[in-house]
Write a protein that binds this ligand. Structure first.
Ligand code: C2O
Length: 536
């Protein structure tokens, strides 16, 4: 009996090992098997929204090639707030045509929105893996390339509907804190036009500045919000210099964002988790269930503003790659990243199979960005420190616990705010490495919006602590989502060396890390805190 048991255990272990060794890129799911995605809200009266975002099957799938999709003209994407009246009229027309297509047409706004819904809300399961694992294109290295492809085909469809091969998306230059890019672009707020969506937060209509941290209180002065925005850009793009920190970590076939083991749980990158998701939160309408449209993945891309928002995210990927002061940076090179496959519809309603590796150079896709209006402001932002000596002694005196790496801590419920003393690596930092804080095993049920904000050296940090200083590490914003993908289990990482140096505590052996939740009272737990050196 005992022998049998160990035999069985051995087999289980061997299979587990095999699965690990045979990791492979995410594949296109079986589109004939679609599940109705649902989302329920625990806050207030229980409401469940059902999203039927199953995609139409339009015949044999075409393989993408640069040759086949060569564009006769460049697509030059410009900041939305600089668009001429003439261009806005054209833009309105293009979305009118897209909205007018029947719901069964893959080029209609309805189906375009369902593409996002189905790959984010558990509409399809991963193919070629054991068990039922939803396909999820957020919270990992898939995020940037998937959305780049999504915009690429969306733009081609608009261009073909309006009969102008040079038609280009306008990008929402929300990082521009100088020339008004940081408001919802006026063109999208014209009631009764195709660019308007009534499900948007009433308090963030222009001229209100859209904050880039979801923890920003409503009553702050414009100059504080502006500095918080610059620091949020700085922390999520300038100091997040590695592919993992910026774009997110590995997600391979079979990885399950609901129950990965802590050590290899994938992680979303700073661009996604921070500023990108904060915008979704601020545009979503709190008068609706689940912050429709922009505030949850099931409905976000029903709003034409979504595509302009993501235009900026895509532009910032290029900025991060080529225009940072420390020189060129590099995308992931892992074959499981490069060979991950997705499916979209082209302007002829054909299904197209694409690979991540073909999305890594916008110019090859015929896509160009006109420079943002004030990128240098955040690239050169120098966050002031509000402290100048270690807070560890004071924290020890007030009973702040030591927390080490997973799995030694069990599960820690962080409540609304939690502080811990964390050891730094004892050896000196090799010059080519970055010092990184890993918040291990963050777990949350995504029924409501919640933001997890991290600070260093501020044991008193709580809701409302500003995010414009060197003590701010970053925010992990989590948008609500539905049924199968509600559970999220992930690691969150922030570069921390730059912060410590600015505060002047770079020689301390330990530091105080504080985590604050805001946005709702959803329960967030973690399994450990670890500071380590990681490759650049
Ligand atoms: Cu697919 Cu902005 O999210």
């Amino acid at each position: 009996m005992a022998q049998n048991l160990s035999l069985v255990l051995g087999l289980v272990l061997a299979t587990a090992l095999l699965v690990v060794v045979q990791a492979s890129p995410v594949q296109i799911p079986d589109l004939t098997k679609c599940q109705v995605a649902s989302a329920s809200s625990p806050a207030g009266p229980l409401v469940t929204l059902y999203f039927n975002c199953c995609l139409p099957l339009t015949g044999p799938m075409i393989d993408f090639s640069f040759e086949r999709y060569k564009s006769p003209q460049k697509h030059i994407r410009r900041p939305a707030h600089t668009a001429s009246e003439e261009y806005i009229a054209k833009y309105i027309k293009a979305y009118e045509l897209m909205r007018a297509l029947p719901d069964t047409d893959p080029r209609s706004l309805k189906v375009q929105a369902n593409i996002h819904c189905s790959f984010c809300n558990g509409g399809y399961l991963q193919r070629g893996v054991n068990g039922d694992i939803p396909l999820q294109v957020h919270f990992s290295w898939l995020f940037l390339p998937w959305h780049r492809w999504y915009l690429y085909f969306h733009e081609r469809i608009l261009a073909s509907l309006i009969g102008d091969p040079g038609f280009s998306l306008l990008y929402w230059n929300w990082d521009d804190q100088v020339h008004g890019g940081n408001q919802i672009p006026e063109a999208f707020t014209r009631v009764n036009t195709s660019l308007y969506d009534e499900k948007r937060r009433p308090e963030v209509q222009p001229p209100t500045i859209v904050p880039l941290a979801a923890s920003t209180p409503a009553n702050l002065s414009a100059s504080v919000v502006t500095n918080e925005n610059l620091n949020n850009m700085y922390q999520s793009i300038v100091t997040a210099s590695t592919a993992t920190l910026f774009m997110g970590g590995a997600l391979r076939a079979g990885d399950d964002l609901r129950k990965s083991t802590v050590i290899n749980a994938p992680l979303g990158g700073a661009i996604e988790n921070g500023v990108h998701t904060a915008i979704h939160f601020y545009v979503g309408d709190p008068r609706t269930q689940l912050l429709q449209d922009m505030g949850n993945f099931g409905t976000a891309s029903r709003d034409p503003l979504f595509y302009s928002h993501h235009g900026n995210v895509d532009r910032l990927w290029e900025e991060w790659r080529f225009n940072m002061p420390d020189g060129e940076r590099f995308d992931h090179t892992d074959p499981d990243f490069l060979n991950a496959e997705f499916v979209f519809y082209d302007e002829n309603a054909n299904m197209v199979r694409v690979k991540v590796k073909d999305a890594l150079d916008n110019k090859k896709l015929g896509v160009y960005y006109k420079k943002g209006l004030s990128d240098n402001r955040w690239i050169n932002y120098s966050p002031p420190a509000t402290t100048n000596e270690s807070a560890v002694a004071a924290a020890v005196a007030s009973g702040v616990p030591f927390v080490g790496e997973s799995p030694l801590n069990g599960t820690i419920n962080i409540g609304t705010n939690f502080s811990a003393i964390v050891k730094r690596p004892s050896e000196k930092k090799p010059s080519k490495k970055l010092e990184v804080l890993n918040i291990q095993g963050v777990q949350v049920v995504r029924d409501e919006f919640v933001a997890l904000v991290a600070y260093v050296n501020l044991p008193g940090a709580g809701r409302g602590t500003p995010t414009d200083s060197a003590e701010y590490l970053g925010t992990f914003n989590i948008v609500p989502t539905s049924g199968q993908s509600r559970q999220l289990f992930t690691n969150v990482k922030y570069e921390i060396g730059d912060n410590l140096k600015r505060i002047g505590i770079q020689n301390e052996e330990e530091v105080v890390i504080s985590l604050v939740t805001t946005g709702s009272n959803a329960t967030v737990t973690i399994e450990g805190l670890k500071i380590d050196y990681e490759d650049q």
